[in-house]
Every structure is written in structure tokens, then in C-alpha cells.
Design a protein around this ligand. Sequence first.
Ligand code: ZN
Length: 327
Amino acid sequence: MPSSIVGLHHVTAIASDPQQNLDFYTEVLGLRFVKRTVNFDDPGSYHLYFGDDAGSPGTILTFFPWLRAARGLAGLGEVTRTAFSVPLESIDYWEQRLLASKVPVERTGKRFQEEVLTLADPDGMKIEIVGPADAGSVNAPRYASIPPEHAIRGFFGVTLSEESAEPTAEILGIMGFQQVAEAANRLRFASDGSAPGNHIDLMIDKTAPYGRTGAGTVHHIAFRVRDNASQLEWRAEIQKHLDVTPVLDRTYFHSIYFREPGGVLFELATDPPGFTLDEPIESLGEELRMPAWLEPKRSQIEQRLPPIELHKSLPPIELQTVTGETI
Ligand code: ZN
């Protein structure tokens, strides 16, 4: 078998207004703006990457912001929740921070062993802040207005909405994710170890509506593979069961894609070469980067992109005991 898949590499979703998206993920959730680039398949629109200070695999949430995109519906065959982990002791801080920022948030309570907050981003995408007993270490973003002890560690995992469990469970098993817990209609799968993003939950609901792509929905999830050789081994393994694309060069990683039987688009992405390939770590995200094959069209591309501004000096958010709109 190829070397193990330890967890998620990134999650890619669809947003509407890019400035609103940038402000929310850097200023409210305190992630680092890791890369400002374009959608390689549609260079007239941005591809924005957020993560920890270095954009480490397992921490990266990315968006295709389409300025006037209609909202989608996160239903069957889609990722319905994207969860980040923070220390268990930081859940109260996050609840107060989100309320003070006027973000719709709900204290979901305990799920298995973890405390969960559920919030909605400006496009209605459901994000969870999960507090496990051991949230792991942090590489805290340098420009965030969040004390490092409370900073997001990386992904906890994702929840997929599925009509039935077995076909998806089978492919997760092939990828090294085994069922570790079950409650009501939620099945939890995990890989060995404690890498960020190593939890995949399936919510089984035969009556849920099918999802519809649009702002606020997840486009695909990517799992980590160690290197190019391991990716080719995994490609051969997956191909025994499902159609899988050839290797695509995504500049910061190499990717293969396949649709799991329940309908969610899965990607396997390599850890290297990473986000410092074309700019130093000190200034990640500050300038528009694009692969060499798009550089000849840079001026036309720049004219089509709406301007966005990264705010690096952030005022602290005044925490107070407030109640706000719940989702
Ligand atoms: Zn991807």
C-alpha cells in the first residue's frame, strides 16, 4: 500500500464578494492570507488561500470568490460543515469573539468528546469551531488579532451529507479512514495519528435535498499525500474502484481528483512544494501570484479582477458578554 493519508490537505469553497471573504477569514477567524492567485481553470476570477502562518497542509481553506454568485445549497452529496480545531479552553473566547463580531453563532454543545460552535460565514457557509482535549500545536498567523493560545490550529475535519453510508465508507476505508464513532445518523471516520483534519463525519439522511453549487458551498476537499511517487501509487489504487483524473499541476501542489460514490469531489494533493514556492513567507498573500504560463496575460487578468485589500494591522476585537443572532 502507498504511504498513509494522514488527513485533509485543503478545503475549497465558493464565495461571492472577495473583499468580504478576505476580511472575514483574516480579521474574524484570524487565518493568514497565504496566497492571492487566480483560478487556473478560470483566470478571470480569484483563488484565495487562508491557513496558518505558513499555509501548512491541514490548515488551508481556499475560495473561488465569484462576485455576484447566487447562494448554493449544502445538501446531499456535499460537504455541509467544515470544522477547525481550537483548544477546548478557547471555546468561550471564540463564542464571545464571534458574538462581538456580530457573526451568527450557535453553541452546538458536546459531540462525541468535543465541544462544538457552529457559525455562518458572510455567504452562509457553515463553519464549526471544535474544541478537542488535545488541539495540537499552533503556527499562529503573524497579522491576526487573536492571542496565539486561542488561534485556530488547523482543520478538525469535515461533515459530508450522504444518502447511504456504505459506498462512501468503503472508499474511505481504502484511503485508511476507519469508523471510530457513531451517534444517531452521524458516523465518524478517522485516520491513524493526530494530523489536522483527520476526522470525516458522514451524516446519513435519505430525505435531505440534493445540494446545489453556489456561494457558501464547498467545491471539493483535498487529502494529503506525501509526495509525487505516493500520489501515483494512490492513483493506481483508487483507479481500481473509481474514475480518477491524471495528475494536474496546481503550482503549490500536484493533484488528482475523483468523485466519491455519494457525490463529493475528492482530491489527493501533495505536501510539496508549498506556498513559499513563489514568494517569501514574510509577505505571503500580499501580491497577486500566477503560474508562468499565465504571466503573459497578467495585465488583462488584473483588469478583470476586482481590487482587494489585505489589512495587516488589525485592532483587537473588544470582547464583552453579548448575545447575538444565532444561526
Ligand atoms: Zn483543491
